[in-house]
Write a protein that binds this ligand. Structure first.
Ligand code: GLU
Length: 421
């Protein structure tokens, strides 16, 4: 296969190649590998939604349950116009791996709806969210499969979904969804846990990687949605350890060597839906942003942002993958060859599912923790996972992604083998 042909491969093909590489190293073959290649269950549903103009529109919904050997299925629900079955399968698989890396007692799943939420009113979004739960009610639940937010879903969507679930169950079932608002059983700090988890890992990595290097470390962030925007704000308040010099959203990318007033820009983003047109820096292309000569690049948008054709242009020495699957395997090979350190998605963005786990524990026990407790536990989990991955990368003389796969896949394989097939 030529590079060009491989680049056409879907996120799912990329995910499966990562799995096969780990299984090769671990010498896992046969039944278990076959089991892990395919999701256990795929549920598809058409979701009819009454629109504000009185018409009914039908949306395509998905829930893919990849593996539950280590615990109930777990993973977010994505609302995006590009959602398709192939993408949801890849994302479900990555959740199985992510929960393994972080050692939270779950399997992996993902859901999605093919929809552009920017075209929906608040009422339509609520009816779609509730409609999703009515369609998928038989396959989800607190001990079966626990959804959470993902791209273009948020705590409000989880509140509607959780409420719909409780109505159908005839009793309060807060543990059926995580990422809810705190007022309806959400965990404190769940909303910022994905970027926060990434920052905890980043702090550990740079202790060694940037030893002796002058601060502040410059950062470019590709995508400032829930996760990228959150990390921009956190890095802004780090006492000049980091300086965010470039940011992008779907409409624009901006660069300013002096850094930005991030709280101001994020307020504009929330109000106007974009950071375009605020004269805060030079407007550049998304490709230019990715190729900036910065210390740290943070892809925080969607899959396949860095591919073979632009990987050669990347100058950052460290990449923190806050998006799921932003680097294709071919691009990764090019980056590793020039000694770029990649902190892989299944570790870097796993703070979200980790605090989802904390939320589920709190819902099940009815005892709620304060921010200090959540942060202490999150930091401990993220740092332990990073140390485990680092150790394995040394033992197997391999990159951090392969090491993370080795860590997770060996746990899933043991669980699967002990249950039988
Ligand atoms: N959607 C997030 C992810 O990709 C969070 C999943 C969860 O909390 O279950 O990791």
């Amino acid at each position: 296969m030529t590079i060009k042909e491989m680049e056409k491969e879907s996120p799912l093909q990329n995910a499966l190649r990562q799995l096969e590489r780990a299984c090769d190293i671990l010498q896992v073959e046969g039944d278990v590998l076959n089991i892990l290649r395919e999701p256990r269950k795929i549920t598809l549903a058409s979701i009819p939604v009454r629109m504000d103009n009185g018409e009914t529109k039908v949306f395509q919904g998905y829930r893919v349950q990849h593996n539950n050997a280590r615990g109930p299925y777990k993973g977010g629900i994505r609302f995006h116009p590009k959602v398709d079955l192939d993408e949801v399968k890849a994302l479900a698989f990555w959740m199985s791996v992510k929960t393994g890396v972080l050692d939270v007692p779950y399997g992996g799943a993902k859901g999605g709806v093919t929809v552009d939420t920017k075209e929906l009113s608040r009422g339509e979004l609520e009816r779609l969210s509730r409609g999703f739960v009515r369609q998928f009610y038989p396959v989800i639940g607190p001990d079966q499969d626990i959804p959470a937010p993902d791209v273009y879903t948020n705590p409000q969507v989880m509140a509607w979904m959780s409420d719909e679930y409780s109505s159908l169950a005839g009793k309060k079932e807060p543990a059926a969804f995580t990422g809810k608002p705190v007022e309806v059983g959400g965990s404190i700090d769940r909303d910022t846990s994905t970027p926060q988890g990434g920052v905890y890992v980043l702090e550990e990595v740079i202790k060694h990687r940037f030893k002796g290097k002058k601060k502040p470390y410059t950062v470019a962030i590709h995508g400032i949605g829930n996760v990228g925007g959150g990390v921009a704000e956190m890095l802004h308040y780090t006492n000049n350890d980091f300086k965010v010099v470039a940011l992008s959203d779907s409409q624009t990318a901006i660069y300013n060597a002096e850094g930005f007033d991030i709280p101001f820009l994020m307020a504009q983003k929330h109000e106007n839906g974009t950071i375009k047109g605020f004269d805060c820096g030079k407007e550049i292309s998304h490709e230019d942003l990715l190729a900036l000569d910065v210390d740290i690049l943070i892809p925080a948008a969607l899959e396949n942002t860095i591919m073979a054709e632009n990987a050669g242009d990347i100058k950052a020495k460290l990449i923190l993958e806050l998006a799921n699957g932003p680097i294709t395997p071919e691009a990764e090979r090019i980056l590793l060859d020039k000694d770029t350190l990649i902190i892989p998605d299944i570790l870097a963005n796993a703070g979200g599912v980790t605090v989802s786990y904390f939320e589920w524990c709190q819902n099940k026990s009815g005892y709620y923790w304060d921010s200090e407790e959540v942060q202490e536990k999150l930091s401990k989990k993220m740092k332990a996972a990073y140390q485990n991955v680092l150790e394995l990368s040394k033992t197997y003389k391999t990159d951090l992604r392969t090491a993370a796969y080795i860590l997770a896949v060996s746990k899933i394989v043991k669980a699967q083998e002990s249950l039988g097939t």
